[in-house]
Design a protein around this ligand. Structure first.
Ligand SMILES: NC(=O)c1ccc[n+]([C@@H]2O[C@H](COP(=O)([O-])OP(=O)(O)OC[C@H]3O[C@@H](n4cnc5c(N)ncnc54)[C@H](OP(=O)(O)O)[C@@H]3O)[C@@H](O)[C@H]2O)c1
Length: 232
């Protein structure tokens, strides 16, 4: 059995990645806060807030105990808001960092050492164009995404020659619920939702990266909409 774990797989990009991997033959474990524990054909759902070390430890223990060490882990769960520095409260900042940066750390820490010990595995990090480009209103989000890009690079170095592969998938805007509160169609300078990437576009990039021959390590994929109106 080829086993994949996808965080934030209740909707949006994570759900599309989970569906894509399952259609390709993986048994997929989906983690998210709104999922209920359960299983179906080649699918296991676990309720998990990735920012909570206790909940991540529970999920890691269940996956490893019941299904084994994953072949693929996709760190996707995340949140987003646009607020300028002075509008961003300490609570806003720490909650976003907890989901987008502490979460991927806890999940990677839970699974990567066992992959290294086995000598194979693939950690995919869902970054963003905000992991290398500055946009006004992205103080917290950029801190988290520049952070996960840094963590991806360090894990890459630490797993060199172990057989474990690491891929960062950084995309521009994707039409998911994450944009509902921003309502980009009503704001000048934002990419319109009809022009954004689809969640499936990112999912196909993830599937492509994790299905390369074992000796091929795709370090980073960047994708943006062809019609792209960067803000900021
Ligand atoms: N959409 C874009 O334009 C875009 C572009 C580049 C990168 N990204 C990145 O892609 C990832 C997914 O975004 P999306 O657009 O698919 O957003 P979305 O539709 O809002 O989905 C977010 C997912 O993350 C989960 N999640 C959020 N906080 C969580 C937590 N603390 N613990 C566990 N799960 C959590 C949500 O599930 P629950 O609410 O059920 O927990 C949901 O499944 C994020 O990391 C985002 O930064 C998005």
């Amino acid at each position: 059995m080829t086993l994949a774990v996808v965080t934030g797989a209740s909707r949006g990009i994570g759900l599309a990645v989970a569906d894509e991997l399952r259609a390709a033959g993986f048994h997929v474990v989906r983690l998210a806060r709104s999922l209920t524990d359960g299983s179906a054909d080649r699918q296991t759902d676990l309720r998990c807030d990735v920012s909570d070390p206790v909940q991540v430890e529970r999920a890691v223990t269940r996956v490893r105990g019941e299904l084994g060490v994953p072949d693929v882990v996709v760190n996707n769960a995340g949140t987003f808001f646009i607020k300028r520095l002075e509008e961003t409260s300490p609570k806003d900042f720490s909650e976003l960092i907890a989901a987008n940066l502490t979460g991927p750390f806890l999940v990677a820490r839970g699974f990567v050492p066992a992959m290294v010990e086995r000598g194979s595995g693939h950690l995919v990090t869902i970054g963003s164009i905000s992991d290398h480009v500055a946009f006004s209103g992205s103080t917290a989000y950029a801190a988290s995404k520049f952070g996960v890009r840094g963590m991806h690079e360090v894990i890459r170095v630490e797993t060199t020659k172990s057989g474990v592969r690491t891929t960062l998938v950084s995309s521009g805007p994707v039409d998911t619920d994450i944009w509902d509160a921003v309502d980009p169609d009503s704001k000048p300078g934002f990419t319109k939702r009809k022009d954004m990437l689809r969640a499936e576009d990112v999912a196909e990039a993830v599937l492509w990266a994790v299905t390369r021959p074992p000796k091929v390590d795709v370090t980073e994929i960047r994708l943006v909409p062809t019609v792209y109106a960067p803000r900021g």
